[in-house]
Design a protein around this ligand. Structure first.
Ligand code: AMP
Length: 216
C-alpha cells in the first residue's frame, strides 16, 4: 500500500472517520487541516483567531497560511514516511503547492480516493454530528450514537457540536466545496490518481473499498 494519500470528498462524506481508520491500518499519520485549525483555536493562537473568521462563514482559510501549516505538519517525524491527508488540499493552489513541495523531496501523492455522497445525505449527516473534544472521533446522533450519550466511546471525552455544522453554515460549506474544491477531482483524475468510492455504505464497507482503491 502506498504512503501518501489525499482523501477527497465533500463535508460530511466521512473523510475524518475514514482517514483515521485508513491511516491506522497503513501505520501513517492522519493529517486533518480542520483539526489543526481547531487546535490553534482552542490554544488561542493568532492563526486560530484568523481561521475562525473564515470557518464561521463556511469559507476557506487563505491559501498561504493553510499551505504553510499543512506542509509543516507533514514535515513532523510521524508524517515523514507517509500520511493520509484529510481536508487538504482544498483549492487548486494548495494542490499545486503540495505537489511542488513533494517533488522537491523526490516524493509524490500516490492516490486520491474520492468519497461520493449525495447532497441531501450530507446535510443530514452534518446536522446530527457530535465530535469528541479530546480525540476528535465523530459520532452521529441517529446513525452512529456513542454508547453513553455525550461521551466518547474511545476516550471518554465530552462530545460537542461544531459551530460550523449549523444549517446555514453547512449550506455555505457545500457551496464552497463545489466552487473551490470540486475542481481538484479533475486535477487528480488527469494525473491518473483519482479513485471513486461510494460513501453511502457502512463505515466498514467504505473502509474496505478505500483500501482496495488505494492498494490498486
Ligand atoms: P473540516 O474540519 O475539514 O470540515 O474544516 C473546517 C473548516 O476549516 C473549513 O470549513 C475551512 O474553513 C477550514 N479549512 C480546513 N481545511 C482547509 C483548507 N485546506 N483550506 C482552507 N480552509 C480549510
Amino acid at each position: 500500500m502506498s504512503a501518501r494519500v489525499v482523501l477527497l470528498g465533500p463535508p460530511g462524506a466521512g473523510k475524518g472517520t475514514q482517514a483515521a481508520l485508513i491511516a491506522e491500518r497503513m501505520s501513517v499519520a492522519h493529517v486533518a487541516s480542520g483539526d489543526l485549525f481547531r487546535k490553534h483555536l482552542s490554544e488561542g493562537t493568532e492563526l486560530g483567531a484568523l481561521a475562525k473568521t473564515y470557518m464561521d462563514k463556511g469559507e476557506l482559510v487563505p491559501d498561504d497560511v493553510t499551505i504553510r501549516m499543512a506542509l509543516e505538519r507533514m514535515a513532523e517525524p510521524d508524517a515523514r514516511a507517509g500520511c493520509v491527508l484529510d481536508g487538504f488540499p482544498r483549492t487548486m493552489e494548495q494542490a499545486k503547492a503540495l505537489d511542488a513541495a513533494l517533488e522537491e523531496q523526490g516524493e509524490r501523492i500516490a492516490s486520491a480516493p474520492l468519497i461520493e455522497v449525495e447532497p441531501e445525505e450530507l446535510v443530514r449527516r452534518l446536522a446530527g454530528r457530535w465530535i469528541c473534544r479530546s480525540c476528535q472521533t465523530p459520532y452521529h446522533e441517529a446513525f452512529s450514537p456513542p454508547r453513553t450519550a455525550g461521551l466518547c466511546d474511545a476516550c471518554g471525552g465530552g462530545l460537542y457540536q461544531r459551530d460550523d455544522d449549523k444549517p446555514e453554515v453547512v449550506r455555505a460549506r457545500l457551496e464552497t466545496y463545489e466552487r473551490q474544491t470540486a475542481p481538484l477531482i479533475a486535477y487528480y483524475e488527469a494525473q491518473g490518481k483519482l479513485r471513486r468510492v461510494n460513501g453511502q455504505r457502512s463505515v466498514e464497507q467504505v473502509t474496505a473499498d478505500l483500501e482496495a482503491a488505494i492498494g490498486a
